[in-house]
Design a protein around this ligand. Sequence first.
Ligand code: AMP
Ligand code: GLY
Length: 433
Amino acid sequence: MNILIVGSGGREHALAWKLRQSTSVGKIYCAPGNAGMESVGTTVPLKATDLEGLVRFAQDHAVDLTVVGPEQPLVMGIADMFHDHKLAVFGPTAAAARLEGSKVFAKDFLYRHGIPTARFGSFDAASAREAEAFIDGLSVPLVVKADGLAAGKGVVICQTKAEARIAFREMIEARVLGAAGDKVVIEEFLAGEEASVFAICDGERFVTLPCAQDHKRILDGDRGKNTGGMGAYAPAPVMTPDLLHRVEREIIHPTLEGMKNEGAPYRGCLYAGLMVTEDGPKVLEYNCRFGDPETQVVIPLIDGDLAVLLSASASGSLEGLTPAFHEASAVCVVMASRGYPDAYESGKIIRGLDSAEVEKGEIVFHAGTRREGDTIITAGGRVLGVTVVGYEHELEATIDAAYRLVHRIAFDGAYYRSDIGKKALKHLRNRNS
Ligand code: AMP
Ligand code: GLY
């Protein structure tokens, strides 16, 4: 089967890399892709949001399955458009993608279906007074969230009620996030450890993949600004088998049931961003797609044909499919451009990319890169996802191997966190002692 992958980040490179290994896959097209994806497929100069262009491309190039990476085209309705043209697509419809596209929808949905999440209220300009009263009634810290997609800038953790009032007014009155902030969710702060669970869904059934942990802040020790994600590892020991069963039973299953009963069956990857609290796992957010950089560590752990799994999700036929996973650990360290997550540099030559040894499980997933003649240059905030799959290693050795690979790669102003995976080691030590 021929595959079109929509997107241009490390997540899409990881999907393309894995699909390239599927015996069932013929041609792979990447729209728009990046310099790394040129080695696994044909890049196509179409934006991820050019929905009509993508439909036309799929028709003209006998594409059998389109795999959508980022949320924006999904929220815009790319899956609906492909369905209208009788084209197979991996990803939810616009109605189902509201689980990510609207935090008010997602929170109301969770509440309606009794799925564990932080206590919350939702407000708009007309209910600003009620919002102030709601803030007064919560204890600090508390969290203010813009309803719509805001590229990682829509969540403010507030240490005081005064901060929360300011964050609310900035979204509602000053409209610093534009229409994304027309409605706002205010919720209690959940303490615990975060984990990302991906469920591949076919509208009724699902399979979960190994749990990953992201590192969202720019600085070591989870300090500094929020980013798209600075590194990840899997499997994350915070998610014990018992906890994962609970997540499936209390969160994923009722979500699929609820979406089906509300007339928006969920197909594609359901990304549950969870907080593992003292009272058990609770939903922080839903995303309607794979996570980035979690995909770079989760997908290599699948022992089998990814194309079969994704097309079964697209066609509603997951029944009987139980994917196998490697007994391995994977670690991805993101190398970013100086300045990220604010204005960052670009156009820097990247050296050492050839030093990755595939047979040792070393893979450099590209994110913000571009080819210029014979060189690869930086072209984004997050530049590379330097990844090692330790087939024979414990997590600690895989972390060390990932950093050894990072040290062989260089570009001017390269920045990375030096503590990816550290939190897991604490769990593993506790478990062994
Ligand atoms: P979201 O986009 O909703 O996942 O929020 C981004 C990040 O903000 C999450 O990954 C958490 O680190 C943090 N966050 C969001 N909501 C809460 C909450 N209720 N309690 C604690 N942290 C939160
Ligand atoms: N890694 C966080 C996300 O993909 O949203």
